[in-house]
Design a protein around this ligand. Structure first.
Ligand code: ZN
Length: 198
C-alpha cells in the first residue's frame, strides 16, 4: 500500500476504502488461488469471442455450439492425460516439475518439527539467487508467496517437504487433480432438434 501511495495518492485513498480481502491475493485467505477468478472470466470471454454483437437467438446458438466443442475437446484431452498416468492437469504437472528441478539447487535448514518450518537458501546463479525464504509446511506457506498464489508447492516448499519426509504430492490443491478435471468435462450435452429460439 505504501508503494501505491508513493505512486498515486488518489489511487491509494480509493483502494484504502475497499476491504483488502476483496481485491488482493495476499489478504483473501487463499480463496482466490492464482488468477482463478480472472481465468474464469477469460474462459467465458474466449467462448463468446466474436459473438457479442449478434442477435440474441444467434448468440444463444453460438454459445451452445462453442460450449459443446469446449467440453468435447477437453473430455478427449482429459482421457489422454489419464492414459499418460498423470496425477494432475498439464498446467499443474509442468509447474510442479519445473519447481521440483529448481529445488535440487536449494539448501535447507530445519527449524521446528511441530510447524515443519525451515529456511531455504537459493543457489547463486548469474548474479541471481542467494535469497532466503521461510517455509511453514503446517501452514501451507512460503515467504515467496508462490505456493499460496498457485496452490502448488514452490521449489522452496518442495525442498522442505523432502527434508521432513512429507509427501509433496499431497500438498497440491485438489482442483488440479485429473479426476476433478475429468469429472468436470465428462458431462455431455444432448443435441437439440430445430432452432433453439424463434
Ligand atoms: Zn517459495
Amino acid at each position: 500500500m505504501e508503494e501505491i501511495k508513493k505512486q498515486d495518492v488518489k489511487a491509494f485513498a480509493y483502494l484504502d476504502q475497499i476491504n483488502k480481502e476483496k481485491w488482493t491475493a495476499s489478504h483473501d485467505g487463499g480463496w482466490r488461488c492464482g488468477i482463478l477468478t480472472t481465468n474464469m472470466s477469460e474462459c467465458i470471454n474466449g467462448v463468446l469471442k466474436g459473438a457479442r454483437r449478434l442477435p440474441v437467438s444467434a448468440l444463444f446458438e453460438i454459445t451452445l455450439e462453442r460450449t459443446v466443442h469446449y467440453f468435447r475437446v477437453r473430455a478427449i484431452k482429459g482421457q489422454k492425460m489419464l492414459q499418460n498416468n498423470q496425477l494432475w492437469t498439464n498446467f499443474a504437472c509442468k509447474m510442479f516439475i519445473s519447481w521440483q528441478q529448481k529445488a535440487v539447487e536449494h539448501t535447507v535448514t530445519k527449524y521446528s518439527h511441530a510447524q515443519q518450518s525451515a529456511s531455504v537458501v537459493t543457489m547463486l546463479q548469474n548474479k541471481h539467487g542467494m535469497n532466503t525464504h521461510v517455509v511453514k509446511i503446517a501452514n501451507r506457506e512460503c515467504s515467496c508467496g508462490k505456493w499460496n498464489q498457485f496452490g502448488i508447492p514452490c521449489s522452496h516448499a518442495q525442498k522442505v517437504c523432502g527434508a521432513y519426509n512429507i509427501s509433496v504430492a499431497s500438498m497440491v490443491k485438489d482442483y488440479y487433480d485429473l479426476m476433478a478435471y475429468n469429472n468436470t468435462y465428462s458431462k455431455h450435452f444432448e443435441p437439440a432438434v430445430g432452432r433453439l429460439l424463434g
